[in-house]
Ligand binder design. Structure first.
Ligand SMILES: Nc1nc2c(ncn2[C@@H]2O[C@H](COP(=O)(O)OP(=O)(O)OP(=O)(O)O)[C@@H](O)[C@H]2O)c(=O)[nH]1
Ligand SMILES: [Mg+2]
Length: 462
């Protein structure tokens, strides 16, 4: 996976029908392969043309022609970019062809026949990382940009690609290494040869920085991954109607018949920049003979278990039932909002107090009343009301959060050792661990296994 000497090729646009599709190559043979299969100019003149792609960073009009059979595969625009000022820092060639699966496959095959190798997932970005154009956190940001679900999520990812997170992490790491160098010197030399230095303020500052980065990590992760929100309740309370009302489309089937929704259904909603992955579920009943209903309920329970947030819906026009209380029991311990629906109808008696800890919102999925309050309540519950505002780098991946936590633990224990007057070796061991951990974010200290795991999440062609 780490060889850089061969030329890799892949379809870089999504598979399917599209206006254009792009086959991309990177490596020392990229230009040579392109020249073998690309003929510049109009189709009528193909025979006479023996053009060489002289100008980099320029779109050349022409055709892809199979050099063995002279068959014209597609009319294309081709370009090549010369190393090192490219995405991978290698020679890169790109062929913009028609976006159907057949031309894309044929052109990719031609590239492979002429000596390219099929790229593995994320290999273009991996080369950018190995060649030092971007660090590991920036490479990961590329994936986050591709997958961003809202503009706020995109902003976080672009900030990371620009190196905002890396810069801060590198600054803290640099500070720790600086302290380490001093400690090593005091270990290696006699005390009187080294000027006395108080390392306590440095440790304190490093710790403060790490704490600051960690403070907003949960919020960053929400922007990146979204909040899984399960809409649960007994049949006919209006779960699907609520999903439709929040999405402002009629996505799910709604009928007066209890048991309409049989399977879970997922849709993403952009709520003030927070990607909300809404999951509509089958109504949960205490007991049923219906096999399909049983399976649906099983899925509802699973959706609830996997959710970050539960919207427990009850029917405000009917008294609570046994099933309502059972479902409340399932939602116990979860972050939840109690949604009392159908407030356009006459109110049933009782206080609907089945989730005493949870925020409670009254809505009508039918008229739209209370929906804004519900949206506000979701933001409040998820973010304590604060939505992303500043340009501070946001830690948005569980991997980074985990590393920062480890680094913080090590720095704290170095601080402890230092204040207790332990020998410099002890402090140094912890600081070394902290610095190594931080290096895993930027990729300065990283194992091949970890690299493989990270890049395997990418799609081929990226
Ligand atoms: N008056 C009124 N009727 C509503 C409201 N919300 C839903 N309904 C009606 O209640 C019935 C059931 O709505 P659904 O959205 O299908 O309920 P559900 O909870 O998804 O039901 P299942 O999928 O069977 O579990 C439909 O006839 C809706 O039109 C509301 O706010 N007010
Ligand atoms: Mg339904």
């Amino acid at each position: 996976m780490y060889s850089l000497d061969d030329t890799i090729a892949a379809i870089s646009t999504p598979i399917g029908e599209g206006g254009i599709g792009i086959v991309r190559m990177s490596g020392p043979e990229a230009l040579a392969i392109l020249q073998k299969i690309f003929v510049k100019g109009k189709r009528a003149k193909l025979q006479t043309s023996n053009f060489k792609l002289q100008t980099p960073n320029y779109l050349h009009y022409g055709h892809i022609v199979d050099p063995e059979t002279a068959e014209v595969i597609d009319e294309v625009l081709a370009s090549y970019m010369k190393a090192p000022r490219t995405y991978t820092r290698q020679d890169v060639a790109e062929i913009n062809c028609h976006g159907g699966i057949v031309p894309l496959r044929r052109i990719l095959e031609l590239c492979l026949w002429q000596g390219a190798r099929l790229a593995s997932a994320g290999e273009f970005t991996l080369r950018a990382f190995i060649n030092g154009r971007i660090d590991l956190a920036q490479a990961e940001a590329v994936l986050d940009i591709v997958r961003a679900k809202t503009e706020a999520g995109l902003r976080v990812a672009v900030g990371q690609l620009e190196g905002r997170l890396s810069d801060q992490v590198r600054a803290v790491r640099g500070q720790l290494i600086n302290v380490l160098a001093y400690l090593e010197a005091t270990i290696d030399f006699e005390d009187d040869e080294i000027p006395e230095r108080d390392i306590a303020p440095d440790l304190e500052e490093a710790r403060g920085q790490l704490e600051k980065l960690l403070a907003h990590a949960d919020r960053g992760m929400i922007y990146r991954q979204g909040i899984r929100t399960a809409i649960v309740g007994r049949p006919n309370v209006g779960k699907s109607s609520l999903l439709n009302a929040l999405l402002r489309t009629s996505r799910a089937i709604v009928t007066p018949i209890p048991g309409t929704t049989r399977d879970t259904l997922e849709e993403t909603l952009n709520l003030q920049g927070i990607p909300l992955v809404l999951v509509d579920t089958a109504g949960i009943v205490a007991e049923t003979e219906d096999v399909i209903e049983q399976l649906g309920i099983e899925r509802s329970r699973r959706a609830l278990a996997q959710a970050d947030l539960a919207l427990l819906v009850v029917d405000g026009s009917e008294p609570l039932t046994e099933a309502d209380c059972q479902i409340a029991g399932l939602a116990a311990g979860k972050t939840a909002i109690l949604v009392v629906n159908k407030i356009d109808l006459p109110r049933a008696g009782g206080d609907f107090d089945i989730l005493p800890e949870a925020t409670r919102v009254e809505v009508s999925a039918l008229t739209g009343e209370g929906l804004e309050e519900l949206e506000e309540a979701i933001v409040e519950v998820v973010f304590s009301g604060q939505v992303l505002a500043s340009d501070e780098p946001l830690v948005s991946s569980p991997r980074h959060k985990d590393i920062l936590k480890r680094a913080l633990d090590h720095v704290a224990s170095a601080q402890g050792a230092h204040t207790r007057g332990m020998p410099a070796d002890f402090v140094a061991i912890d600081l070394t661990s902290a610095a190594n951990a931080l290096g895993e974010i930027t990729g300065e200290t990283i194992t091949e296994d970890l690299l493989e795991t990270i890049f395997s999440e990418f799609c081929v062609g990226k």
